[in-house]
Design a protein around this ligand. Sequence first.
Ligand SMILES: O=C(O)C(=O)C[C@@H](O)CO
Ligand SMILES: [Mg+2]
Length: 390
Amino acid sequence: MKITNVRTRVFEWKGHTVAPQAHFCSNAMDELWDKGDSMGTFRFHGWTTVEVETDSGIVGLGNVALAPRIAKAIIDQYLAPLVIGHDPFDYEYLWQRMYRSTHAWGRKGIGMAAISGVDIAIWDLMGKALGKPVFKLLGGRTKEKIPCYASKLYRNDLDEMQREAQSYLDQGFKAMKMRFGYGPKDGPAGVRENLNSVAAVREVIGEDIDLMLECYMGWNLEYAKRILPKLEQFQPRWLEEPVLADDIDGYVELNKLTSIPISGGEHEFTHYGFRQLLEQRAVSVVQYDTNRVGGITAARKINAIAESFSVPVIPHAGQMHNYHLTMASMASPMSEFFPVHDVEIGNELFYYLFKGDPEPVNGFLELDDDLPGLGLELNEDYFDQFTIIE
Ligand SMILES: O=C(O)C(=O)C[C@@H](O)CO
Ligand SMILES: [Mg+2]
């Protein structure tokens, strides 16, 4: 089998989008003197699809969620020529070929995200060629079904957050993640708002439901050191991305500071990046996203490294490119699940672009032993809601 073509398309959402609101989600832009919608640069309203075609007629489907038009250009101009004419089953060689040839500029960030999209398509292709789901190529079924946590609860009026939390309980979820709306610039009043929102959600869900807290890089080390002891009373399962991804020393200090596990990794890249985080004990939960970190080829290596450190891997975002790795790894106890809803941040755009992602039942996701590849196809029902760039 030989790769004959790599087709990339950018899908830019033009359908209904929920208007942003203030203090929706703390984020890396908050500390800047800036007006307006600080979360604006972290909206994913475009997505790149990657279709790797072969001389056998089988096509593998991958995706990239960051900087879609740039990812497309990188794949079209640099990566496609490196894989065309090769056997997709030589996936390690092809990954190294893409990684090494773009090493000057692509080892992290959008270069590695583009490599991820091609790699995911190659794994989908291999599964389809063998008639096996990708997780069967990675180590097989380690779980009857995958526990997942509901991930939304963006900062809102407290009664609205309580209503939303209750809805996840009613759906049978045993874990959920909420977002903070305030950070260093909001001072003591913002600390109080943050604590009140956690108290409100904990009041609804009680002590026997896991609660995760998301900062999305919106705090700094000094602020996090002040607020973390105040959060211990709520016994969160983890506190996520308190500081910028490059502040690894900050992660190390916070991860030692209190009993609250610090999680991160959705903005880290390759097994080299995670070796550094794990060796320094920077995170207590690894959260790469397979469509950023280096695809399935890199993610499976990170799973092995994390397993040797006894650090759980709970990938960012759910979605099939992550679910298959979680199913196949004893290092991965659960998955993130973005509830299906109107387009806001854009994490939920996946459901409008692809068909095949499983719906959770009572907080569990199931994968099919007999569905080859990743089990996804493009959702043509919504094509008219996108501007499509070939
Ligand atoms: O789901 C996460 O972990 C994210 O970081 C999503 C991002 O949009 C902030 O909520
Ligand atoms: Mg996150």
